[in-house]
Design a protein around this ligand. Sequence first.
Ligand code: AMP
Ligand code: GLY
Length: 428
Amino acid sequence: MKILVIGNGGREHALAWKLAQSKHATHIYVAPGNAGTEREDKVSNIDIAVTDIPHLVNFAKDNDIELTIVGPELPLSLGIVDEFEANGLNCLGPKKQCAQLESSKAFSKDFMTKYNIPTACYQNFTEVDKAKAYVKQMSLPVVIKASGLAAGKGVVIAQNIQEAESTIEDMLEGNRFGAAGCEIVIEEFLTGEEASFIVLCDGTHALAMASSQDHKARDDGDKGPNTGGMGAYSPAPIITDEVHQKVMQHIIQPVLDGMKSQGEAYKGFLYAGLMIMPNGEIKTLEFNCRLGDPETQPIMMRLESDLVELAFAALNEELDEYDTNWHPGTALGVVMAAGGYPNSYTTGDLIIGLDQTHDSNSKVFHAGTKRNGVSIVTNGGRVLCATALGVDIEEAHAYAYKLVDSVTWQNEYHRKDIGKKAFNKVKL
Ligand code: AMP
Ligand code: GLY
């Protein structure tokens, strides 16, 4: 069958790579894709933007696409799944109403309150004076979030009242995040260790993917500005069997039951960003209505089940009859970024070293890359994700960094400590 993947990041390269391994897949199109997806066997790029939903629908109809998988949140928030379904096309992802769990943090927090899903105490605001009065009664630091989509940059942890007040003014009056900041969420600051818990849903049942952990800060030691993610590994040792059970029971299942009771079943990937607190409590920091990037790269490297079959089990509401197989080792991905990311950076830099062959246990997934004649050049902030599989985290770390050392360009930047936290944990 022919399959369409929507998106152009490292997540979509990993999805296309995994789908191409399925016995059911004859060809995979990626809209718009990157220089890495274009080079995979059985995969080609098509030049349609992720937001051009009418054009994507027509492409799927004209080319007998039997399965579409949507990578990023923006088309999901615009209702791409509703449109594909209205045209009789199989499209994996939540509909617009369910995608609000990510596209509106205010909606998401109210939803969590309504269905007793543990999360930080909060209030939503559209007016500066009321927001300022609220922060005065909170302990510091305080967390201020633009409610709408802001590519991971709409969260400020204010250390003092002055910073909190200027952030409130910037977001609500200064248009700092445009329409995404017309409403803000102010919430208590939580401490603990973060983990990414991603499941596939069929409307009624959820099937957990392998656990993972992202590194959101740009610099070593979790310092520097927040980014889309600088590296990830799977599994995350902090997700013990007990934590897993609690998350499924108290966080994931209530989302499915709540959405169903509101009239729109949740189908597709659901990502809960968790804070596992020192006292063992687990709180939900956020929901995303899609797979994580870069978490998908190590997760796909460990997935031994057929991704096409998994997608159809979700679409056909049969996930309760399905189980997944995972490589028992650890996969770890290091994001190679353009120096300066997430602020300003250059593009168009020539990447050297991509043509070396690697074994099946290591793979350089592309994100911000494009072809320029016979060369491949940088075309974004997060450029590549060097990902490797090992028997344990130490081996995966060593292989992934060997891969990082084999590729370079001018002003390349990466963290040197991806996975180190789990290193220590496994050793204890
Ligand atoms: P979000 O987009 O809501 O997941 O927030 C982005 C990042 O900000 C998270 O991954 C955390 O590192 C941090 N963060 C968000 N909410 C809180 C909170 N209530 N307490 C502490 N850190 C937070
Ligand atoms: N890696 C975090 C995200 O995909 O939102």
